[in-house]
Write a protein that binds this ligand. Sequence first.
Ligand code: ZN
Ligand code: ZN
Length: 305
Amino acid sequence: MILDEGAEILQTEEMFIEDEFVEESVLHTEASSSMASLHDVVVLPNEGLSSTACRPTRDRSAQPTLFLDKIEPLTKTNRLSSGYINRAMEILKTQYPDIGGLFFCTLCGTLDYPQATGRQWMQIVHDASQHWVLVANGFFQENHVLVYDSMAGSNWRSKHILSCMSLLLKTPEKEMTYIVKACHRQGNGFNCGVFAIAFATSLANGQDPSTLLYSPDLLRTHLNECIAKGYLSPFPSTICRVKRARKDSVLSESVFCQCRRTSYMLPAKGWTMVECEICKEWFHSMCADNFPENENETWLFKSCK
Ligand SMILES: [Zn+2]
Ligand SMILES: [Zn+2]
């Protein structure tokens, strides 16, 4: 569940009023920090936590944003919440500490991912609507970001996911190239998160998810068992022997500014862009110093002055 900042606070307040104390792992992040990662997972003890003591106030400078998302056992049809995705990525991070990325997935909402480091990285990202997708780099086709989307159509281009990918990659090049992999497609409207975790587990185990045919009826039971054990083993699958109708699509997207993001903007202050007269590069107001008040004003980026 991705909520905007205001809604998130409200939701948290409601939950705290209902619950006397917190039993789940509480994912805790500073609203202003772009470095929130799995290291920021804080487990609050039950003792000494009354609803009064931890009820957030509206003073955001004093209180970090708390994001509480229960990890409920999966039913046959529920969608996976961010709590479930975060827990799965946390387990993978423990099993495969050399794989980069695997950050707190709620960063999708504000597009604040740090650059993913390491020879290989992966991240389950959200499309800002109702869909989870796995993106990865350094696996099999090492010079491209790979997209494993259990719902990808022929003309895949989720602007929100592309922005997440550009942040994780942070390429110095002018373009980010990526491959939308032809992989197992979900047969319903609620299994994207389950598939994203299955794809991530296969990749981490050295298997290319696009070569696999998963057993849809067994995926949820397997995932529930893995989460209960705190260990993700490969999901039931066989090698895909039929030729998939869709092929991999190799695509590219321009990236800009020091942050190397795509041109996609959130409707928030700071995302406006201006062009430097010398290098002809575009910069965000949030990434540049002395951003011009008047759009028609001649402006130079600091390294071009
Ligand atoms: Zn920028
Ligand atoms: Zn310049």
